[in-house]
Design a protein. Structure first.
Length: 291
């Protein structure tokens, strides 16, 4: 059997190794590119699944305004950023009337809109978990009659609180305390829908205002109303924070305007007493020397 002469093929070995390595490299690169393409496609599909179209305000929209097409726009956002009751198409908001102010860039919520000319009952405007309670007000309590449906107010109660007087007798001290903050005004008198276009016009002062409160809050407001008086403090639409406000009384007033009256005086230590011990037999007697 004749053995082939391998010497003449040795010079082709580097070329064959390079060719095989090149083919393997091209194959591996194609596999890597395909994997990256598949991963990018999966990420894009996942991203598209997590996106949703919502309606955004192009400008500040006042309460009682008819929404026009140039006031809003559609925008695609992540589902995690979508607020409850957000409108998902322009036809859901165009020509609707706003019942609360909407800020520029804010998502349009369906519960802030009503149909023009459609009478909606007050019960449909009460937020979930809240109750409508009506309180009597005067010109001062209602901020000069400037409170309107859709506004937010703070409720302040003024009640007499029994305290111990300087003579040891119980007296009633008038105390003003914040009850609840950022409370929605549902209605003023029998008016619970803002006027379209935001035109308030000339109106008579209503003696009653209806507020949206939690059940326990409504009970406390009714209790304070029977014991004293209630005043409302109008809030800015941009202010939604709740602050810790202490009750106000004569004591807190004087401590604020005249803090020097309540400055603590240094405590004087008792002077040491001089004692003398006198022994008479087995009996001891102690006498204190007066200075």
């Amino acid at each position: 059997m004749q053995i082939p002469n391998l010497q003449k093929y040795k010079r082709y070995m580097p070329l064959m190794v390079a060719l095989i390595s090149g083919v393997a490299a091209v194959f591996l690169i194609n596999v890597y590119i395909q994997q990256r393409a598949d991963e990018a496609r999966r990420l894009e599909e996942l991203k598209q699944k997590n996106l949703i179209t919502v309606v955004i305000a192009r400008q500040d929209i006042a309460s009682g305004t008819a929404v026009k097409e140039n006031m809003v726009k559609e925008e695609t956002v992540n589902k995690m950023l979508v607020q409850p009751r957000s409108a998902t198409s322009l036809d859901r908001v165009i020509d609707k009337i706003t019942i609360a102010p909407i800020a520029k860039g804010e998502q349009i919520l369906l519960n802030k809109l009503t149909v023009s000319g459609l009478e909606v009952s007050l019960s449909n405007k009460i937020p979930r978990g809240k109750r409508a309670i009506t309180i009597p007000v005067d010109n001062i309590s209602s901020v000069g009659g400037m409170i309107r449906p859709g506004d937010h107010v703070d409720i302040v109660g003024m009640v007499p609180i029994p305290t111990m007087g300087a003579d040891g007798k119980a007296v009633n001290q008038l105390t003003t305390m914040p009850l609840f903050q950022d409370v929605l005004v549902l209605a003023v008198g029998q008016e619970y829908t803002p006027v379209a276009g935001g035109e308030r016009g000339e109106r008579k002062l209503s003696p009653i205002i209806t507020l949206a409160l939690a059940p326990q809050e409504a009970s406390l407001v009714a209790f304070v109303q029977e014991q004293g008086r209630i005043r409302l403090v109008l809030r800015s639409p941009e202010d939604t924070g709740v602050q810790n406000v202490p009750p106000a009384s004569w004591d807190t007033l004087f401590r604020l305007v005249m803090p020097q009256m309540f400055a603590e005086k240094p405590t004087e230590l008792p002077k040491p007493q001089k004692k003398v011990e006198i022994y008479r037999g087995l009996q001891k007697e102690v006498k204190i020397l007066e200075e």
